[in-house]
Design a protein around this ligand. Structure first.
Ligand SMILES: CC(C)(COP(=O)(O)OP(=O)(O)OC[C@H]1O[C@@H](n2cnc3c(N)ncnc32)[C@H](O)[C@@H]1OP(=O)(O)O)[C@@H](O)C(=O)NCCC(=O)NCCS
Length: 150
């Protein structure tokens, strides 16, 4: 499986059990199937990334006027560290730009080293911090707010 030959397809109802299963593995406070189907129903840009026949990642992007907000970006645990995250992020930027987006935003846990590395390398800058934004095993964790001009 190579990150050079991925395909991006709109997320479908039939993908939701795989997607929610990955989310349970990847996040301490995962989305459930309903969160993904609500995102699809709301018209958010929901994507599955495939390498060959196998799904390797997924993402949810919310677009409002000339701003885009990444709500979820995830690579299956056994596929991480091979460039798939960078490809998925690049796809979201291309989608946002094609729809007239000028800026991309996201929130990330300060403890999420791999995500921070991915975003920094793509040119995102930290523009703020939301106090106690995320639930955490003990109490709450702040979110860093990051922005990328498109
Ligand atoms: C964050 C995530 C999407 C990155 O996907 P990935 O496929 O592992 O990332 P890539 O292989 O494309 O790597 C992209 C960059 O991040 C860096 N990186 C990836 N994992 C890293 C790690 N564990 N530690 C440090 N840097 C890391 C890579 O070195 C690469 O930079 P480089 O090109 O300079 O080497 C993936 O780790 C993931 O799904 N994590 C769980 C879900 C999550 O936390 N999502 C983000 C929520 S805000």
């Amino acid at each position: 499986m190579s990150a050079e030959t991925v395909a991006f397809v709109p997320m479908a109802e039939t993908d939701l059990s795989w997607v929610a299963e990955q989310d349970r593995v990847l996040y301490p406070f995962p989305w459930v199937e309903q969160n993904f189907s609500d995102s699809m129903a709301a018209g958010y840009s929901c994507w599955l990334m495939r390498a060959g026949d196998a799904p390797v990642g997924y993402a949810v992007l919310m677009r409002v006027l000339d701003e885009a907000h990444i709500l979820n970006i995830s690579v299956a645990a056994d596929c991480q560290g091979r460039g798939f995250g960078r490809r998925l992020l690049g796809h979201l930027c291309a989608v946002a730009l094609a729809a007239g987006g000028r800026q991309m935003f996201l929130e990330v846990r300060p403890s999420n080293a791999s995500a921070l590395a991915l975003y920094a390398r793509a040119g995102f800058e930290t523009i703020g911090r939301r106090k106690g934004y995320y639930p955490a095993p003990e109490g709450r964790e702040d979110a860093l707010v990051m922005r990328l001009p498109l």
